[in-house]
Design a protein around this ligand. Structure first.
Ligand SMILES: [Zn+2]
Length: 283
């Protein structure tokens, strides 16, 4: 039986938001057991608190990633923070944020992971609960397919596929997600988009903070960034990063193997709702 955790001391990360292009700061603060992951919009007069779980998930957006909202206040693109917290096994934390989205940084989770390493982990004296899957099930929406199987921890087998001359198919299996695997294999993988998507975004005044510094841009012949890829299969690694973040909207860690074929934020959140219905809660 593992106990719940929080961070040992306060830590902060700042940068530019992807959607608005405005400066944003997140301050991670220790929190007592059973708090979960809670954001506070400290820039709003009411300082609205929004728990990062599926009940506050407001669907998704092409640029803004997974969005949570409550009482008219929202926060978008929380998935890289959520993935880092999940992988570090941090159950309880308060995240003060002074804008409607966390900093995009370099489009990966490296800086969030580094901040959590610096903060350290504090064990609390209350047992952690998991969502445990005893019986396998399949879940299919449009072109996305998931299979969920029993496992001692979170395992992920993810494949992506596009009708695109450069990026057709990638697959990666993570047998057992933990902090070290996350830091080495997943956190550095950057956000990506296709060159034809940028025209649409610009026309609609979206992704104002987007640049070659925080996203890999894929053209028909290859990537358009001057910097080389961090991994040859960086794209599927980033999809796994996003999936881990979305899975943490369950509100508790998950003991299951998730086989995901062409996952995306909206379907990930639908999967979380299905998984919670089918899971039992235990240690
Ligand atoms: Zn992402």
């Amino acid at each position: 039986m593992a106990n719940q955790t929080t961070i040992a001391k306060e830590t902060a990360v700042s940068g530019i938001g992807l959607h608005t292009g405005k400066k944003s700061k997140v301050v991670f603060k220790p929190a007592p057991a059973n708090t979960g992951v809670k954001f506070i919009r400290v820039d709003l007069p009411k300082k609205t608190e929004i728990k990062a779980d599926w009940t506050n998930a407001q669907g998704v957006h092409a640029v803004r990633g997974s969005i949570i909202a409550k009482d008219g206040a929202e926060i978008s693109t929380i998935e890289h923070i959520m993935a880092s917290l999940y992988s570090f096994a941090i159950d309880n934390v308060i995240i003060e944020i002074n804008s409607a989205e966390p900093p995009i940084l370099d489009g990966s989770a490296v800086e969030f992971a580094n901040a959590l390493i610096k903060a350290g982990i504090q064990e609390l004296d209350i047992a952690r609960e998991y969502f445990i899957i005893d019986k396998s099930f399949d879940f299919e929406i449009e072109k996305t397919k998931y299979s969920v199987l029993p496992s001692d921890g979170l395992a992920i087998d993810c494949a992506i596929g596009f009708e695109h001359p450069f990026l057709k198919y990638q697959r990666l299996i993570i047998d057992r997600l933990d902090k070290d695997i996350f830091i080495k294999e997943i956190a550095p993988a950057k956000t990506f988009c296709f060159d034809f998507e940028i025209e649409y975004l610009q026309k609609h005044n979206l992704s104002l903070g987007g640049s070659f510094d925080n996203a890999i841009v894929i053209g028909a012949q290859g990537i358009l960034n001057k910097q080389p890829l961090r991994y040859q299969d960086e794209f599927v690694r980033h999809k796994i990063l996003d999936l881990i973040g979305d899975l943490y909207l369950a509100g508790k860690p998950i003991k299951a193997k998730i086989i995901a074929d062409k996952p995306g934020h909206q379907n990930n959140i639908n999967l979380v709702k299905e998984l919670i219905k089918k899971a039992k809660i235990g240690g």
